[in-house]
Write a protein that binds this ligand. Structure first.
Ligand SMILES: Cc1cc2nc3c(=O)[nH]c(=O)nc-3n(C[C@H](O)[C@H](O)[C@H](O)COP(=O)(O)OP(=O)(O)OC[C@H]3O[C@@H](n4cnc5c(N)ncnc54)[C@H](O)[C@@H]3O)c2cc1C
Length: 435
């Protein structure tokens, strides 16, 4: 690119691994690689603490917190999350799925967090581990060439350009998808074309008598709302729907958001006395994946590779888990690229499999059949436990634990067939409904 190419200048900084982005994926990879004695430089364009969406975590995050040595710090900033509750005004019902009722009894709860605090804990942890963590540094250009040496150019806030000569590059730039954008490898997900509108409120009524820490998903005809309880009586609320829904917006996002909340009875009841205490943010068309995930001396982790949908709160877990595996690949590659090649392929398979398992549910969340199943959950063949495990992010389960998940999917397909003939699942079984 037509810059001063400081990446080729003699004073360009050399390092083992350069990580683009200091969110959960970047900070996780930085900590693990620095702990292995690697010289890591991480470049973050922003400064922590800063707002980020993605506040509801999953039980399997706890294992990674232990690995990183931040379990106590997360317990101090998080709201205890025992599970997820789904509410449907159409069914006049709600169902709570407790993580403690899942197949994995090692991790039975999670946290809801302010991402400003959460990301800062992870970022500081990487610095403690010895990574060179630089903020206010935006990566502008990356030239990948493992043989001649990768070249990275970043710009500091004073406009100065900085050059880097890393042996390995990890792209953890989130939705900015620095490498995928450079390579033109980013593709929109044809199966999930949704967007979101969200903000923070104070004084939102709990779903039951008192706030129990669950995330609540309120289903409505055109999508769903999240309600995530955060510290200090703050509730994160967002609506997720299709482009047709968002096109109906006239005027300010704030007014459209509040009108949408007031139009769904179970949501309206909860926000009656509440006050909006943040800006309202919109995010559109957010499902995508890169056509490639790794190559010689580089890989993508977290949202820099793919993002599906927030409905099952899986983004941060997928980001940290892929960064953990990616750090292993990078560490091995630095010693022996040939040995790293099969590891990189296994990394890709695992990430794709995790995304695939969750996508199955995500693509169906707005179908009447899946909604009927969520509202009338059965534990026949341990299906409910299997579903809870998926909701907990336990996507790499062994064959034994796969059976309940397979049973759940089979039941879905049978019920879809019955639905074509006018039958719906109700508390007392299949019922023929009027056309
Ligand atoms: C509407 C919505 C709701 C969501 N809700 C949830 C939820 O409840 N639970 C959940 O787990 N997930 C949720 N997610 C997903 C979650 O936000 C992401 O999956 C998660 O933050 C990914 O982490 P990451 O580290 O890959 O990327 P990020 O957290 O996005 O971090 C990327 C970092 O890279 C930096 N960066 C970007 N470009 C550059 C550059 N050129 N140079 C230097 N730095 C750069 C950014 O500033 C950022 O700090 C939600 C997403 C959306 C859109």
């Amino acid at each position: 690119m037509p810059l001063d190419t400081p990446d080729t200048a003699p004073d360009a900084t050399s390092c083992d691994v350069l990580i683009i982005g200091g969110g959960p994926a970047g900070a996780t990879a930085a900590t693990l690689l620095a702990e292995k004695g690697r010289h890591v430089v991480l470049l973050e364009k922003d400064h922590h603490p800063r707002f980020h969406i993605g506040e509801s975590l999953l039980p399997l995050n706890l294992r990674i917190f232990e690995t990183l040595g931040v379990a106590d710090r997360m317990a101090a900033i998080g709201v205890h999350k025992p599970g997820a509750r789904f509410v449907s005004d159409e069914h006049g019902k709600h169902t709570a799925f407790s993580f403690a009722a899942g197949l994995n009894q090692d991790y039975t709860y999670a946290y809801q967090v302010r991402r400003s605090e959460f990301d800062e804990v992870l970022f500081s942890r990487a610095r403690e581990a010895g990574a060179d963590m630089r903020q206010g540094m935006r990566v502008l250009d990356v030239t990948l060439d493992a043989r001649a040496g990768h070249r990275v150019t970043a710009r500091g806030e004073d406009g100065t350009l900085h050059g880097f000569r890393p042996r390995f590059v990890i792209d953890a730039s989130g939705r900015d998808t620095v490498l995928a954008a450079t390579m033109g490898s980013k593709a929109r997900n044809p199966h999930n074309n949704t967007g979101a509108l969200y903000g923070h409120f104070r004084g939102v009524a709990p779903f039951g008598e008192a706030e129990d820490g669950n995330i609540t998903i309120h289903l409505f005809d055109e999508g769903w709302f999240w309600m995530i309880p955060l510290p200090d009586d703050v509730m994160s609320i967002g609506v997720v729907s299709n482009p047709g829904f968002f096109k109906r917006r006239r005027g300010e996002a704030r007014d459209f958001f509040l009108d949408t909340l007031r139009a769904v009875p179970s949501v309206a009841r909860r926000i009656e006395g509440a006050e909006l205490v943040s800006d309202v943010t919109t995010t559109g068309n957010y499902s995508y994946a890169s056509k490639v995930m790794h190559g010689d001396g580089w890989l993508m982790a977290g949202d820099a590779y793919a993002f599906i949908d927030p409905v099952f709160s899986s983004g941060v877990l997928l980001a940290m888990a892929s960064a953990e595996m990616g750090a292993d690949v990078a560490d091995t590659w630095l010693d022996d690229p040939a040995r790293a090649a099969p590891m990189a392929r296994a990394f890709e398979r695992k990430v794709k499999r995790a995304i695939g398992s969750l996508s199955w549910l995500i693509y169906r969340i707005n179908t009447p059949v899946l909604r009927d199943m969520f509202m009338n959950p059965s534990n026949r063949f341990r299906m409910r436990e299997g579903l809870v495990s998926l909701l907990a992010g336990d996507v790499h389960v062994n064959a034994n634990r796969q059976m309940p998940v397979l049973a759940f999917k089979a039941a879905y397909h049978l019920l879809s067939l019955a639905h074509r003939f006018g039958y719906r699942l109700r508390p007392d079984g299949l019922v023929k409904v009027a056309a």
